[in-house]
Design a protein around this ligand. Structure first.
Ligand SMILES: Cc1ncc(COP(=O)(O)O)c(C=O)c1O
Length: 374
């Protein structure tokens, strides 16, 4: 009987799994936090929660984010969600109607594309280069369409790993003001940096009313917690907080919030994040070297400076959907490029995650992948 999404056969190395390995998850940290909370007299977190999210948690999160972002975050500008996915769905539910246009990056996070489909949105995709989404392309499309949302993953993008430059961030925020659309900045990888610090997040523009930044404990603690946040201007936080779903449910996930709060307050989250960065940075080095050895003549990629992914471009004649069948014969798997395309493109690209496996399997996986490519 299956209990989790990640369930690869023991002899398969599945680079498609974009989540932490089971051995990396912070069970001991959460056991201590859980014991402390459940042994105490306070049982409030077992009841319906405050709609906007526990005020203590929001204060602790605001302090944590102010440090991570090197930019002040106000606890009143935070709403606690059940992860980034639920934040994105809530925003779609409250701010869009079927047929509305959402601008996305090409490529983009494939499951966000599914959420947009669930809400009947019309997806228009725009190119990404080494400096992220191109604001000139956004400006051009604005003469043709009136989008409701622009969805971007500005830092260590899923799948390309690319980071939007500071000048482009400022320009996108300006375009949103001028043309009155909302930017939904999915900043879940911001804190997972392995080289230099990333630019100030899009969250820094959230107070101005046209940017909603979403974040998550899935990438920095554990996906099973189902805990994340929206950072936005007070009128948007009020709109989310006062909707029926949140009112009826008593906020989102107060039990998970109760586990995470002590880790933000006692430094446990910071220490764990430092460990994660060290582990993932070593994996990036190892996989980068293995790919250079095994596939250097067949593929191009940028070495990721953060996040979870390598994005490989093979020669244009490759079809990575077909390659996947050959790869599985070699007992290796990945996510083919077209999955990340909203116009059935990117057939010669593929995404590899280094979050699930330790270095020896990553190296063996690169060898198997090279055999399949050859
Ligand atoms: C860009 C991006 N957004 C959102 C998510 C999902 O986040 P959550 O687990 O907080 O719903 C992921 C997970 O892979 C992701 O890569």
């Amino acid at each position: 009987m299956r209990v989790s999404q990640a369930n690869p056969a023991p002899d398969l190395i599945d680079f498609g799994i974009g989540q932490p390995g089971f051995d990396l998850l912070p069970a001991e940290l959460l056991r201590q936090a859980g014991q402390a909370r459940l042994d105490g007299k306070d049982t409030s977190f077992l009841n319906y929660g405050l709609e906007q999210g526990d005020e203590f948690l929001r204060h602790a999160l605001a302090r944590f984010l102010s440090e991570q972002y090197a930019s002040p975050v106000d606890p009143a500008h935070l709403f606690i969600s059940a992860g980034a996915s639920s934040a994105l769905a809530l925003i779609c539910m409250l701010y869009t109607k079927p047929g509305d246009v959402v601008l996305v990056e090409e490529p983009s996070y494939f499951l966000a594309l599914r959420i947009f489909a669930d809400y009947g949105l019309r997806v228009i995709s725009l190119p990404v280069d080494d400096a992220g989404l191109d604001p000139d392309a956004v400006e051009t499309i604005l003469s043709q369409y009136r989008p409701t949302l622009l969805y971007t993953i500005p830092t260590f993008q899923n799948p390309t790993g690319v980071t939007l430059s500071p000048t482009r961030r400022a320009r996108l925020a300006e375009l949103a003001r001028q043309h009155d659309f909302l930017i939904v900045a999915d900043e879940v990888y911001h804190s997972l940096s392995y080289a230099s610090s990333p630019p100030r997040p899009m969250a820094a523009y959230a107070g101005e009313g046209h940017v909603l930044s979403i974040g998550s404990f899935s990438k920095i603690l554990a996906p099973g917690l189902r805990l994340g946040w929206i950072q936005a201007a007070p009128e948007q936080i009020a709109r989310v907080t006062n909707c029926g779903l949140v009112d009826s449910g008593g906020g989102m996930n107060p039990l998970a919030a109760a586990l995470v709060r002590p880790l933000l307050e006692n430094g446990g989250q910071n220490e764990y994040l430092t460990e994660l960065r060290t582990t993932y940075a070593a994996r990036v080095n190892a996989l980068n070297a293995a790919l250079a050895r095994e596939l250097g003549d067949r593929a191009r990629w940028r070495r990721p400076e953060g996040g979870f992914f390598f994005w490989l471009e093979l020669l244009p004649e490759y079809d990575t959907d077909a390659l996947l069948d050959k790869a599985r014969l070699q007992r290796v798997s990945f996510q083919p490029g077209p999955k990340f395309s909203s116009r059935n493109g990117l057939h010669h690209c593929l995404r590899l995650s280094f979050a699930f496996y330790a270095i020896p399997q990553l190296e063996e996986g690169a060898r198997r992948l090279a055999k399949a490519v050859r």
